[in-house]
Design a protein around this ligand. Structure first.
Ligand SMILES: NC(=O)c1ccc[n+]([C@@H]2O[C@H](COP(=O)([O-])OP(=O)(O)OC[C@H]3O[C@@H](n4cnc5c(N)ncnc54)[C@H](OP(=O)(O)O)[C@@H]3O)[C@@H](O)[C@H]2O)c1
Length: 339
């Protein structure tokens, strides 16, 4: 079988080209999927620009997140049948339990070819069913950003009703974190560079909002909003530039999830508050199949639907990545692989 795949031949947005690739017939444990939609993550932009892993071997098909329909299965496959609606898993072999030194080697669209393609051959363990009632576009948003937000707040943080969550920004990870936090009965403080995005965030359930451009001392504002207590959880997508303020905004014993690297490096991190406030500083790397199974159940029970900013055809992936780079999006950017 052949597929049309987007190949990165050299680093740079102008070095992506659509090419025909041959897919082998499924081996005993493989599943062939006709892919209908994919979604973009900030990592895909970094991968294409060469800042994610400057030593990545090229050419490479980028993309970790896609959804589609099973068209063929190997003789030993038990979890899937032809016609099933499925999504990729970010890690092709992290089933459950703790992350291992080898887990990162099975990440789609990095060390191995990804899913910006009209079809892909997966090992059975590299796929999961799409939530009931989800379109392919919706299902394609889940593998990376939704699972990262879920792993942070629920698997690591055991978020409970009445706690306060600070969420930085309104990108893919952040809006899933908002929806997951509200589904758990938490209070959400959302930040953004845009008042218009903050208004949209309030419609999605954010209780309080702060514009981090017009209020650069947003940690002080968080303190005011929490009667000087600080928040219980912070979804930290900014990295070195925002962490010093997050360390001020967190309550003693609270959880900061280190997820992203969006901000410019700051002046350096003062480690004293980490020990003096007994802060849980927890790195998050997407999540396992087991976590995704629990996320799917929560999505179906709470009727969570992803926030899709725009859908681009596969032929306009360059424009879609440039849109992501502009930071003007709200939620997820999706690629339609069939138009
Ligand atoms: N560790 C992991 O497993 C994992 C998984 C997924 C993503 N990530 C990382 O998490 C980050 C977010 O990924 P994403 O895919 O959600 O990105 P995205 O959809 O492109 O979201 C970017 C948004 O973050 C906000 N932002 C940018 N700079 C900020 C700053 N200095 N302070 C606060 N907010 C800021 C902006 O929101 P506004 O426009 O509202 O200001 C921007 O639109 C990236 O660094 C990505 O690499 C890590």
């Amino acid at each position: 079988m052949t597929a049309t795949a987007l190949r990165l031949n050299a680093f740079g947005l102008d070095n992506l080209s659509l090419e025909q690739i041959e897919l082998p017939a499924p081996g005993p444990n493989d599943v062939l999927v006709e892919l209908h939609a994919a979604s973009l993550n900030y990592r895909d932009l970094m991968t294409v620009l060469g800042t994610y892993n400057p030593r990545m071997v090229l050419p490479r098909v980028p993309g970790s997140d896609a959804a589609g329909v099973v068209t063929a299965i190997g003789s030993q496959v038990t979890n899937f049948k032809v016609g099933d609606h499925v999504t990729s898993l970010f890690f092709q072999d992290w089933y459950d339990g703790p992350i291992l030194p080898t887990t990162g080697k099975s990440a789609l669209g990095g060390p191995i070819d990804g899913v910006f393609s009209t079809a892909h051959l997966f090992p059975e363990g590299g796929l999961i069913h799409a939530p009931a009632g989800y379109s392919h576009e919706e299902a394609a948003t889940l593998p990376c950003s939704a699972l990262t937000a879920w792993n942070a707040l629920v698997e690591k943080g055991h978020l409970s009703a009445g706690q306060t969550v600070l969420i930085l920004g309104t990108g893919g990870v952040s809006l899933f974190a908002l929806q997951i936090a509200k589904a758990h009965g938490a209070r959400v403080i959302l930040t953004s560079s845009s008042d218009e995005k903050l208004a949209r965030g309030r419609k999605l359930g954010a209780d309080e909002t702060i514009n981090y451009r017009t209020t650069p001392d947003w940690d002080i504002e968080v303190f005011k909003l929490t009667a000087k207590r600080g928040v219980d959880h912070i979804v930290e997508v900014g990295g070195a530039g925002t962490l010093p303020r997050s360390l001020k905004a967190i309550t003693p014993g609270g959880y900061i999830y280190l997820i992203g690297v969006l901000s410019e490096p700051g002046a350096g991190v003062d480690v004293l508050p980490i020990l003096a406030k007994a802060i849980h500083l927890d790195g998050v790397y997407v999540g396992s199949r087991g976590m995704r199974t629990r996320l799917n159940a929560a999505i179906e029970t709470n009727h969570i639907k992803p926030i899709i900013d725009r859908v681009f055809p596969l032929t306009q992936t360059r424009e879609a990545l440039a849109h992501l780079q502009s930071g003007s999006h709200f939620g997820k950017i999706v690629l339609s692989l069939r138009s």
